[in-house]
Design a binder for this molecule. Structure first.
Ligand code: GLN
Length: 558
């Protein structure tokens, strides 16, 4: 389809939503790029602690959309929720700005304010994210639903254009080092302020343009209060909501509590991770036990669950971007990019950049394959995404094995990693979203999207746990040497550290022991990355093996 045709074919409201979401993602990804570095350098946390907070924060950002979607449907409507969510996120960023401004005088107050800021952003994101996505769907009347794939491709480009801009501007302002490589730990706040301003811009844009452009083909405003009964406008996420019996809700509630105990006390997960995992499983159980489901509907829902389970491993690997990969970029990478010394937090910008470049070619690829009858079914595309990310982590594992604890990784390898991860993302993320839409019975669609997002959330939480087993990078060995400590010998247990040495290492946020995953000790960066290769590789193989069964259970849906 030609450029002009696309422009005229899509309602102007799509561009308003595109712009609003672009500024929102600027705020989200720009802040996210700085977050872990801020926690470590200004709030003096250990890297593993920062990774856990980062994973928990991202996980919660994908848990609250359930709440935001529910509140919009029942009480406030999409528009109000977008405005409320936008303002909350801008306020949350201001709290992070405050934390970044006062940490030196009062570390514990700054830490509390940081947690409050993240909390406000989590809820703001929950109000904003599901409602803006569902408004994209509602811009198109039933007879124009065929345009939805392109509409979502355009929207996904808006998301990533915003991510790209945010990950350029916020690191430029907030992740600053002098010519000697010494970091300005007071600069982070400017990145958070820029994120806040971007969010305000997006909210203002939406506020002023919504009535004119975000309208139905007949010119009626979309996404108003639910009591005004706009069901007719919402052909996508329509008002046929599920009605569960009180018994089913009680059983689900009890299951949630029991699962909570198991994850918290049995598996040792923290409360936030427990909340994410337990609510995902309890909600999935609630839907599948509904007696109104036919056999075909139930089969299709099971496919959604199976797919949701496998993509957990994808996001756990993918979201190393803002934690372990940023720490490696910061501590053991030559970030010279054609003469420009790239800030560590900016390296993930390549993801957004590659999405913007590749989203259209990928959708053309699927169209071409479809036209020649060779388009793979969606679970195969998802499995392919898992294969690609596994290869990507294998590539980086091999590269880090060459540099040991003293060499520097060339930035081109991280760029290649983001290129491969983006290809994998484009096989998996938009395809997964549309698959859920195609397989869900209408009355359960929003809730099944909830389950799908909860699997993203679980992936982020798992990503946080996995990020926290990152072994010491080169800078830690240099620092320990300066302190007169042989860190390698201590980690290898050939030398027992004195209490004084332990205290010294702790003061410099260096762990004196290796981390473990599933009983395996992680000795170096190679082993660390191989964990992701194995997890995503196994997930890919099992998903491939399951595809003939999934195809049957999808009953004609591709
Ligand atoms: N990058 C996309 C976004 O920010 C998708 C993330 C996801 O689905 N987990 O919306």
């Amino acid at each position: 389809m030609g450029e002009t045709q696309v422009k005229t074919a899509h309602p102007k409201g799509l561009w308003v939503l595109f712009g609003t979401e672009m500024w929102e993602r600027f705020n989200f990804y720009g802040m996210r790029a700085l977050l872990t570095l801020f926690l470590v350098n200004s709030l003096l946390m250990k890297e593993e602690e920062a990774s856990l907070i980062y994973g928990g924060f991202l996980g919660l950002c994908y848990l609250t959309p359930m709440l935001g979607g529910f509140i919009a449907d029942r009480f406030f409507g999409n528009r109000n929720c977008i405005l409320l969510g936008g303002l909350m996120m801008a306020a949350g960023q201001l709290l992070l700005f405050t934390s970044g401004a006062i940490f030196e005088g009062n570390l514990s107050l700054a830490t509390t304010i940081m947690y409050c800021g993240l909390g406000v952003i989590v809820f703001g994101n929950g109000f904003f994210k599901p409602n803006i996505s569902s408004m994209v769907g509602s811009l198109y009347p039933k007879q124009e639903k065929t345009k939805l794939d392109t509409a979502f491709t355009i929207f996904y480009m808006g998301i990533n254009l915003g991510a790209f801009l945010g990950q350029y501007i916020c690191p430029m302002l907030g992740d600053v080092k002098d010519s000697g490589g010494i970091r300005d730990i007071h600069a982070f706040k400017w990145g958070f302020l820029a994120a806040s301003i971007a969010m305000l811009l997006g909210t203002t844009l939406f506020y002023f343009l919504k009535n004119k452009y975000v309208v139905s083909p007949e010119g009626r405003p979309l996404g108003g209060l639910p009591s005004k009964n706009e069901a007719a406008d919402f052909e996508e996420g329509e008002a046929q909501t599920a009605n569960f019996s009180n018994t089913a809700l009680t059983v689900a509630g009890l299951a949630f509590i029991v699962l909570g105990f198991i994850f918290h006390y049995g598996v040792g997960q923290n409360l936030i991770y427990t909340l994410i995992y337990s609510s995902g499983i309890a909600l999935a159980g609630l839907i599948i036990s509904d007696s109104s489901l036919t056999k075909i509907e139930r089969d299709r829902i099971i496919v959604i669950y199976i797919v949701s389970f496998f993509i957990i491993f994808f996001w756990a690997a993918f979201e190393q971007a803002g934690s372990s990969l940023t720490f490696i970029a910061d501590n053991q990478t030559d970030r010279n990019f054609f003469g420009f010394q790239m800030p560590a937090s900016m390296v993930q910008i390549f993801n957004g950049l590659f999405v913007v470049a590749l989203a259209v070619p990928f959708s053309v690829l699927w169209d071409t394959l479809r036209a020649s009858g060779k388009e793979p079914i969606s679970p195969v595309k998802l499995a392919f995404g898992l294969v690609v990310i596994s290869i990507s982590f294998f590539m980086i594992a091999t590269q880090v094995s060459y540099i040991g604890t003293s060499g520097l990784l060339a930035i081109k390898w991280l760029i290649l990693l983001y290129f491969l991860n983006t290809c994998a993302e484009l096989c998996l993320s938009p395809i997964g979203l549309s698959l859920v839409g195609k397989l869900s019975p209408k009355r359960f669609a929003s809730l099944l999207y909830g389950v799908f997002f909860l699997s993203n959330a679980s992936g982020y939480a798992l990503g946080g746990t996995l990020g926290s087993i990152l072994p010491a990078t080169g800078d830690k060995f240099v620092k320990a040497k300066e302190l007169g400590i042989d860190l390698q010998a201590i980690l290898d247990k050939t030398v027992t550290p004195t209490a004084e040495q332990l205290a010294l290492l702790d003061k410099h946020q260096i762990s004196a022991t290796n981390h473990f995953f599933a009983g395996f000790e992680i000795h170096n960066l190679y082993e660390f990355f191989m964990v992701f290769v194995v997890l995503t590789g196994i997930a890919a193989i099992v998903l491939f093996i399951l595809t003939p069964f999934l195809k049957k259970m999808m009953h004609g849906v591709r």
